[in-house]
Design a protein around this ligand. Structure first.
Ligand code: CA
Length: 517
């Protein structure tokens, strides 16, 4: 780390810059022709010119708020002296003109994946057991523990056995319109490419979410519901009269698992084009460097994946809402723009019904890390989507049906976003963080990227990529983006992430806009 005081400005139009130095800069420090009027922590904003009350504060070339009081040149801009702007008015957004998309293809890159019968490709070879209702989760957890110890070691080609545990399935208004979201989320997670179309089902018996409701295709004998056709009646029902006692239930689940594992064990990785990758992006525990280092570099990697024919999903409605005008302008067609606006409208009314608004997004950690408000956070969040046209929108819980850069509409909550991206079909997850989070998912490898080198040092065995080197080692955004692209391909081919090596996984968290009973 160079000891030279350093400020980073994101856009020539900006009248603020953020402090790059570890530990911040002290009052009186001279930097870029300014003298700091007060001590400013790392990643926090410094006024580059004197601002009068009401003057626009511009970062990323965008107004992120207005000065609440006079701020001298070299002054520290933070939540208390910055008034938040209003979000763009959805009904006033101009739709883009249809235009031919001019994307330079990127060729010559492949990864080693497990090809599935439905044409998707897994980056892991995992047996999943879906639960139709939370009541069975204790039994399934017990069974999974025994499968891992007693059966899995005989099937070395299989990466893991996981329970798709959740809190849905009964005690809910299952016919309410909002119920469609958690139900289709569970259905589509069972079909995630990493689960190889071989997901087992454990049902209680009396629950509202009957297996045939979760997988309506079962009723017409179709095998297109994520379960091996040879086992299409392979649902273990705990209340089944053949089960006398707990051990009988476990024996049923273990017998079914053994058949599935034997089939999964015959699969081999094969060379696959990057067009088979579905990479889900999100951030959590963001700071002001998220939008300076990790997210813009990830945007470069995202562009490379899209140019190579792959799919990239970005999400987190409340984090893009304030920059929706910029996303609408990038929509590949007017229909995609309308889909984006529809998802924003839905979420605006969802928040309104809860007597809240998008400002509920920012956390105390965000603010301590230098992000004054959601308008500023949005610009940093959006930068990870890169620069490609937005080719489609995936509603919450739906499966992505096309390739390219997609907006998967999800809340920003890390676990709900990850769960919905699993349903959308992601086979690699990239997660950027400034404050640090040990986040991991059982069904998909999570590549964790940190925004700052001091965190990478402290969390040396928890994070995969240190994007802070853009500041601490003068690495270019392009070199960092290339490294992320290479890492994504290596992880897709089987290289383990830190979270996988440590066995860190967070539970699924369904998005349920419907009522519980
Ligand atoms: Ca998040």
């Amino acid at each position: 780390m160079s000891a030279q005081p350093r400020l980073i400005r994101m856009d020539p139009r900006d009248n603020v810059a953020v402090v790059a130095n570890d530990g911040g800069l002290a009052e009186g420090t001279e930097v870029d022709g300014l003298v700091l009027a007060e001590t400013v922590p790392q990643a926090h904003k410094v006024a580059l010119t004197a601002l009068a009350a009401g003057d626009a504060v511009v970062r990323y070339g965008t107004v992120i708020g207005r000065a609440a009081c006079p701020i001298p040149a070299g002054g520290w801009i933070r939540e208390t002296n910055l008034n938040m702007p209003s979000p763009p008015v959805l009904s006033e957004l101009r739709l883009p003109q249809p235009s031919p998309t001019d994307v330079a293809p990127l060729e010559g890159h492949t990864f080693q994946g497990f090809r599935n019968r439905d044409g998707t490709v897994g980056t892991r070879n995992i047996l999943a057991i879906t639960n139709t209702v939370q009541c069975v989760s204790g039994v399934v957890a017990h069974a999974v523990d025994r499968i891992r110890r007693e059966i899995l070691p005989r099937f070395s080609n299989v990466d893991d056995v996981v329970s798709l545990e959740h809190t849905y399935g009964c005690g809910v208004a299952i016919d309410a319109p909002g119920a469609a979201v958690p139900i289709r989320t569970l259905r589509n997670i069972a079909r995630n490419p990493n689960l190889s179309g071989s997901t087992m089902v454990v049902s209680l018996g009396c629950e509202k979410l009957q297996p045939t409701r979760l997988f309506p295709e079962m009723l017409n004998g179709s095998d297109d519901w994520g379960v091996d056709p040879a086992d299409s009646n392979d649902v273990v029902t705990l209340q089944d009269e053949t089960h006398t006692g707990f051990e009988a239930m476990i024996t049923s689940i273990l017998a079914s698992a053994e058949r599935h594992l034997a089939a999964l064990n015959t699969r081999q990785r094969e060379t696959c084009p990057v067009s088979d990758l579905v990479v889900g992006l999100q951030c959590g525990g963001s700071d002001a460097l998220s939008g300076v280092t990790a997210n813009p570099a990830l945007g470069i990697a995202a562009d490379m994946i899209v140019r190579a024919g792959g799919t990239v999903m970005f999400s987190e409605v409340t984090e893009v809402r304030d920059g929706i005008d910029k996303l609408v302008a990038r929509a590949a067609t007017p229909d995609v723009a309308r889909d984006l606006i529809r998802e924003m409208e839905w979420y605006d009314s969802y928040l309104e019904a809860g007597r809240s608004d998008r400002s509920a997004n920012t956390t105390p950690g965000n603010k301590k890390g230098g992000l004054s408000n959601i308008a500023e956070k949005a610009m940093g969040s959006i930068s990870k989507s890169g620069s490609m046209p937005i080719a489609g929108v995936v509603p919450a819980g739906e499966r992505a049906t096309r390739k390219g850069l997609l907006f998967a509409a999800t809340p920003a909550s890390d676990f709900i976003c990850g769960t919905l991206q699993l349903a959308a079909g992601m086979n690699v997850h990239v997660f950027t963080t400034g404050r640090g989070t040990p986040y991991g998912l059982a069904a998909v490898p999570v590549v964790k990227v940190v925004t700052r080198t001091d965190l990478a040092r402290r969390w040396h065995d928890l994070v995969d990529i240190d994007a802070g080197r853009i500041i601490s080692a003068d690495r270019t955004l392009e070199a960092m983006g290339q490294e992320m692209f290479d890492t994504i391909l290596a992880v897709a081919s089987g290289e383990k992430t830190c979270a996988e090596r440590l066995g860190l996984t967070n539970q699924l968290a369904l998005f349920n806009p419907g009522p519980v009973t």
